[in-house]
Design a protein around this ligand. Structure first.
Ligand code: NAP
Length: 259
């Protein structure tokens, strides 16, 4: 497919790295150096002019922040062709709002996460009834290289934004704290990082390959009056589980309020 990416920041660049392996890409960013950087990496062609950037595209990916929507729409709207599909990454911005700004019904919302760069992302997609099934099938095929695709009703997009869009940032924060714990106990930062990564990889394998609930796996590690239950007791005293749920909930509420 021929795809134009508008906005070449963190997510635009992550999508470009992976999609360029199978598709022809064009880039536009009001900081031309960001578009040129992606072109220099061999991912596609950078354009200074929005009309040129859009003219050959079948799919237009909008990878800008929601606060830039109005300005971007005024630039893009008059250069959009009738058959082009606009895929918006904007958190909390409804299909109805996007249809209004771009004067087209060919709008699909997408919520990826940063792991798309390695083809291990979660990609939530939603559309309204104006999008044909064959277009949805084409988008599924096009984006499968990025990770697992989930078509969802639009009312689930805020929850997905929090869980899997923002989720990696929450996870990285916790991982960083685990590495710091190792440093506090006398390991070098590098050694602690290696130990924690392997521990996490092993834990993920256990979760994937054993049928037990995470709670049951936890009981297998915690022996009576042992060290693990001492740590778990502290975890409950510090209300870590409630804090984790509230962290995701804050992101969910923020996304819900953006409309
Ligand atoms: N990063 C993630 O992990 C992630 C995950 C899920 C969804 N998303 C969504 O992806 C979108 C982009 O996020 P990001 O993290 O990639 O943002 P970003 O790093 O700020 O990249 C956006 C880029 O678009 C540029 N831009 C702004 N207005 C423009 C316009 N009118 N025309 C052309 N370029 C314009 C920005 O320039 P300025 O710096 O001057 O504004 C910036 O270079 C957001 O809507 C976000 O909700 C991101």
């Amino acid at each position: 497919m021929r795809i134009t990416i508008i906005g070449c920041g963190n997510m635009g660049a992550a999508l470009a790295a992976r999609l360029s392996q199978e598709h022809q890409l064009f880039f536009y960013d009001h900081h031309i150096e960001k578009a040129e950087h992606l072109a220099q990496n061999g991912y596609g062609t950078a354009h200074k002019n929005i009309k040129e950037a859009l003219q050959n595209a079948e799919i237009v990916i909008l990878a800008i922040k929601p606060q830039n929507l109005k300005q971007a729409a005024s630039l893009i709207k008059d250069n959009l062709q009738e058959n082009q599909l606009v895929v918006s990454l904007l958190a909390g911005t409804l299909i109805e709002t996007l249809q209004h700004y771009f004067s087209t019904n060919h709008i699909v919302r997408m919520m990826p996460n940063l792991a798309v760069i390695h083809g291990e992302g979660i990609i939530g997609l939603c559309s309204d009834e104006k999008i044909k099934n064959e277009d949805k099938e084409q988008l599924t095929k096009t984006f499968e290289t990025l990770g697992k695709i989930y078509w969802l009703p639009e009312e689930k997009m805020d929850a997905l934004t929090a869980l899997t869009g923002s989720g990696p940032a929450f996870f990285f924060t916790i991982v960083e704290a685990m590495i710091d714990a190792g440093i506090a106990m006398g390991f070098t930062a590098k050694m602690s990082q290696g130990l924690i990564y392997q521990m996490l990889q092993g834990s993920l394998t256990l979760l994937e390959k054993t049928p037990q609930h995470p709670g049951e796996l936890r009981w297998q590690i915690a022996s009576p009056q042992g060290t693990t239950i001492a740590g778990l007791k502290k975890l409950e005293e510090l209300a870590v589980r409630g804090s984790v749920i509230n962290t995701f909930w804050a992101a969910y509420e923020h996304s819900s309020k953006m409309k």
